[in-house]
Every structure is written in C-alpha cells, then in structure tokens.
Ligand binder design. Structure first.
Ligand SMILES: Cc1ncc(COP(=O)(O)O)c(C=O)c1O
Length: 454
C-alpha cells in the first residue's frame, strides 16, 4: 500500500470512487499526519467530532482502563459505573428537567430512538393519533432511513424516495437568506407563523414531535435562530402537546461555547441528542436525554422502551464520553473556548468578509461557516456545475488543511458552504496558523477559479 489509495485499489469500499485518499498514520492535538509524513491541521475535527484533539492521553486512559475491566455488556443485562457516571454528568448540567440518558453509537441511531420514544410515549399516553414528525429544511439529522427522511437535504434523498417517510417540513431560520427582514422581529414572526400554520393544517392531535438543531450545523454553517424563536416555539409546542427534540449532535458539548447549545436559547427540550463531540472520535457514542416524567408514561404503559440495539449503553464507548466530559471540566476547556471562539470568528470575518467570493461569515463559538457566492450583492450562488466546494476542498487538503463542505442549502442543488470547527482545545496561535493557511488556500484556488465567474 502506498501513501494514497484510490478505488479500485485495496479492498476497502471507499465511498468516493474518483479521489485518492491519503493514508492516515497518527494525530496529535489539532494535527494529523499521513504515512508520507505530511501534516494537516484538522480545521473541521473531521466531521465536527474530535472536540478534545488527537492523542488525548487523559481520554485514552479512561477508555483503556474500562477496556481492561469490561469492554462490553449487553444493555438488557447490565448497567455499568461508566454509564451511570456519564448519565449523571450529562443530566446534572442539562437544561430543564432532562434527567435520563440512553447511550447509542451514532447520531442517526439516537435520532431514530428519539422519534420512536416520542411515538411510544403518545401511544402509552392513550393518544395514538399523534405520530407525525415536524422537521426543518435545510437541516441534517443523519443518514439512516428515518433520520434521512427528517433531513432537509434533498440531494441525499435522490435515490431513496420510495423508502423514505413523510415528514412535515418547516424552514430553518437562516439569517443570510431569510425571506423576511429584519431577522429579529419580522423574520422571527415569519418562522413562528410557519409552525402555527403547520400545526393548524396538520392538526395538533396528529403531531408527536418537532425535531430541530439548536444551532444549525453543516446545513447553514452555524446559523443561529432569532432571539426568542426557541422560547416561542416551546410555548406553542407545550400548548399543543408536541415534544421538542433538540438535535445537538453537532452543536452540543461545547461546540458553540456552552455545554448545551440550548443554554443560550433559553428553552427546555423534552429530548436532547448528542454525538460527535461527546465522544471526541475516541469511540462511536451518542446519547439520548429525556425526562423521568415522560419515561414514566412508558414504564407504566407498555413497560419497556421498544428500542434496543446490540451496543446500547456499552461501557467502553461510554468511557470515551466520560473521558471527554471529565477532560473538558477538569481543564475548563469550554469556558476558555469562548474566548478562542470569539477570536476565531473575528479573524475569519476580518480576513474573508471582503473577499469577492465570500458572501457571508457566520457561526457561534468554535463553529463557523463561510458561504461562497458568485455575486455578493445579489447573493447569487456559484453554479453547482463549477464545483466550487469540491475544487476548493482539494486545494485546502493539498495545503494541509482539513475542512468540511456542504452544498445545496439554497434549493436542494445550489449553494456552497465551507464549514470550520477545530478542536475546542485550539490555541490562539494555532487559530492564526489555521486561518492563515485557509487564506492562502482560498487565494490560490480563487486565482484560477475566478475566471469561471465572469
Ligand atoms: C446535526 C446532526 N444530527 C445528526 C447527525 C448524524 O450523526 P451520525 O453521522 O453520527 O449518524 C449529524 C451528522 O453529521 C448531524 O450533524
């Protein structure tokens, strides 16, 4: 095996058939090194995962101790000290009365479990007519079939239409492309009215839950809702007995400057989903949080939650979450990341807001998005046929910067967003290095790409 592998070499099913992938060797802090010795800054934590950096010894120690004691037991047979401890840590700081945690492997699985929980809750409550799910577009909740159904990502659904479920869709608040101005005020009213109209149209007695990202992740590059949006949404949901599921797979666990993104939105979700940054990339782990009063309805009704998988509440995976949360707490990483996050966003704005191809720089905490456009004034997107994201992504990788791109957020096809989210442990000096490399990469790419935009 060489330093790169391209399909059909080897036996791994690499999902991109036309790209040669570098073979990774090791990671250290915010850096990755491939087998040729090339160094990369991980500007996006892979897919917004590696929250506490690579080779974090404190996290590795917690996991290895757990592996040596007992790696796996079935969640139907046993609980474990690791599970009990992580559940307590997560619930003690959770917004509202979230006081129960259930551990799974991926974000998508936890979304599926949350939807099933909401449905079973209403059946056990004696309200079986409540089954509909409301979600928002653009948005992303995962790639398993129901999570995909609830995702506002038409491109991802292209081949799977007949296999997907009906999900009622609202528009995600997205300041840069909001249909009504000002965003705070008329914009907020617009989005809230959409929910009111939707509930009236569908009938509250048929709606079980609404699924939303507290801060919108890769779909809009970290856009935040208008100030009172979530509080007003919560009031409506309570009036109509609709459960709110906050998807914080991407924006939770410190990514936006507080442990839970919901803390800054002053609402109390009925269910909360975590993933990615919770495990820091040290093991597949996601979490579903909910409340005892909701669980009690199921306990007194059908008697058990009808969602089990082989790896629920697995001690060694949970140990990864425990190691990450303890590390974040011990070193006050999230508190410190507020300052580095503010610096990161201000540096991105300073260097890119005037760039001819960057229409918008936004985000919160250490989550940032740069929307690429053809025309800053009209906000016209770069035609997707020009593959701006793909070509820029390649230049950045060549320069040694890992980043994340999303496309199609405007209408399912058009739109290019560069998403950044380095480890929460990043220092100001490392931010300078990251942003400097990004600027160099964007300028190199634009020098040849700009001719396409004339
Ligand atoms: C907001 C959000 N929810 C859910 C998921 C799905 O998580 P996973 O890929 O671990 O299944 C993702 C993944 O990108 C996400 O960003």
């Amino acid at each position: 095996m060489g330093d790169h592998v391209k399909y059909p070499e080897g036996h791994v099913l690499l999902r991109k058939f036309h790209e040669a992938l570098p073979v990774i060797d090791r990671g250290e802090g915010i850096y990755l090194f491939d087998t040729s010795g090339k160094r990369y800054i991980d500007g996006s934590c892979g897919a917004l995962v590696t929250s506490v950096g690579y080779s974090n010894k404190e996290v590795v120690d917690v996991i290895t101790q757990q592996l040596a004691k007992v790696p796996y037991v079935n969640g139907n047979h046993f609980t474990s000290r690791a599970c009990e401890d992580l559940a307590t840590l997560l619930c003690d700081r959770a917004p509202g009365r979230l006081d129960r945690a259930f551990f799974l492997s991926s974000g998508s699985e936890a979304i599926e479990a949350a939807i099933k929980f909401a449905r079973q809750y209403f059946v056990d409550l004696g309200e079986p007519s409540k089954y509909k799910v409301i979600a928002r577009t653009p948005g992303y909740h995962g790639n398993t079939l129901f999570a995909l159904s609830a995702s506002g990502r038409p491109r991802y659904k292209k081949f799977f239409g007949p296999l997907l479920h009906d999900v009622v869709m609202l528009q995600t608040p997205y300041e840069y492309r909001a249909p009504v101005e000002p965003y705070e005020g008329a914009g907020e009213d617009f989005y809230i009215r959409q929910l009111e109209d939707t509930i009236a149209r569908e009938g509250a007695s048929t709606v079980a839950c609404i699924l939303l990202e507290t801060v919108s992740g890769t779909s809009t590059g970290g856009s935040c809702a208008p100030k009172s949006y979530f509080r007003r949404l919560q009031k409506l949901c309570r009036e109509h007995k609709i459960l709110m599921i906050a998807d914080e797979v991407l924006c939770g666990v410190g990514r936006t400057g507080t442990f839970y993104a919901a803390e800054q939105e002053f609402f109390e979700p009925d269910l909360m989903i975590l993933g990615k940054g919770l495990n820091g990339g040290y093991a597949p782990l996601s979490a579903l949080l909910t409340r005892t009063d909701l669980v009690d309805v199921i306990a007194k009704g059908s008697g058990s939650f009808m969602h089990a998988q082989t790896y629920i509440n697995t001690p060694s995976s949970v140990a990864a979450g425990l190691g990450v949360v303890q590390f974040l707490d011990r070193h006050r990483i999230i508190e410190k990341s507020r300052e580095t996050g503010a610096y990161f966003l201000s540096e991105l704005k300073r260097r890119f807001e005037k760039h001819p191809v960057v229409g918008h720089v936004g985000g919160r905490g250490l989550l940032a998005g740069l929307e690429l456009v053809k025309d800053k004034r009209s906000k016209a997107p770069i035609p997707r046929s020009l593959k701006a994201s793909e070509t820029l992504g390649r230049v950045l990788m060549d320069k040694g910067l890992v980043s994340w791109f999303n496309t199609g957020q405007i209408d399912g096809t058009e739109g290019d967003i560069l998403v950044l989210g380095p480890p929460l442990t990043i220092t100001k000096t490392e931010i300078d290095e990251l942003v400097g490399l990004l600027e160099e990469g964007v300028n190199t790419w634009f020098a040849s790409f700009s001719k396409n935009l004339i």
